[in-house]
Design a protein around this ligand. Sequence first.
Ligand SMILES: N[C@@H](CCC(=O)N[C@@H](CS)C(=O)NCC(=O)O)C(=O)O
Ligand SMILES: [Fe+2]
Length: 357
Amino acid sequence: MLFRQLFDPQSSTYSYLLADREGGEAVLIDPVFEQVPRDSALIRELGLTLGWTLETHVHADHVTGAWLLRQRLGSRIALAAASGADGADRWLDDRDTVAFGRRFVQVRATPGHTSGCLTYVLDDETMAFTGDCVLIRGCGRTDFQQGDARAMYRSVHAQIFSLPEACLLYPAHDYRGLAATSVGEERRYNPRLGGQLSEDDFVGYMNNLGLPHPRQIDVAVPANRKCGRIEGTGAAAADEPDWAPLTLTFAGIWEIEPHWVEDHLREVRVLDVREPEEYRGPLGHIPGALSLPLGGLAAAAAMLDRERPIVAVCRAGGRSAQATVILRKAGHERVANLAGGMLRWRAEHLVVEGAVE
Ligand SMILES: N[C@@H](CCC(=O)N[C@@H](CS)C(=O)NCC(=O)O)C(=O)O
Ligand SMILES: [Fe+2]
């Protein structure tokens, strides 16, 4: 199985990508709206097909990426029947299973933080995704969204602490940068729920947390009750370039396909950041490309005109990726890296000047 833990620093949210390596079918637990470009890039680069997005609950602190991922990747949305949300493709109940290829997760109803909270347990019980029920040495708050401390205590003991000791637990958040825990550890050391602590001890603890409400609650809850559908944004996030069909890589670089560049050579400024001898060398260069080696780019960036978008190119696409970072820092917004550099340009037999055949 393929497994990735992904983090959204704004809301301290973890999303989890699980996939069957053989057929590439994947599920993504708790995607974050702003991270949809990143997560889509990873799914594409790993060659996966996203079958389902699975919500552990209606979040109060960030908007889910479920709806946007359905728009872009055709994934389907599943969450608890008890969540009270609208617009899902499947409504989940306790002990349902959701398959991805030959693998599946089992659904466990773990109300307490909200009345519609779910924990997803991997088929072999080696991992469980607890949402805001069990956190690492903590638990989700119970003071809004039909939160109920008694229900949470019972959920944790019946549905999570009953899993094998070695089962790893992955929460929806961690505010200290910790990544995972295990059933055995939390049974012993969870300061609210572990050891000999009783239900009444737990309720006393939870009634005295005194936490401020999440900053995003007024935006997040209404949006998440519609599975992350936000009116007015269409399918595109605000900061996505529209001057060409660019692709964001998981490394965070906006790339452009060589064929598009050849068809639009007059509309862009091609910036060749190789050394002068490479520019004049056997690979040749793109007609009209301006030679400006990477080492001198930061100093010269301000002088480049902003009329045309810039396409950076080098031998294989590595130095030019760094060039796009430098150009953006210098205030150029319409910038892209030529995917695969001159090597791919030549392999695709595109127009070239000064090459040795
Ligand atoms: N400072 C965070 C607070 C987030 C928050 O309250 N998180 C909820 C989960 S939605 C929680 O249960 N937190 C438990 C805790 O902070 O101990 C924000 O504004 O987003
Ligand atoms: Fe939450």
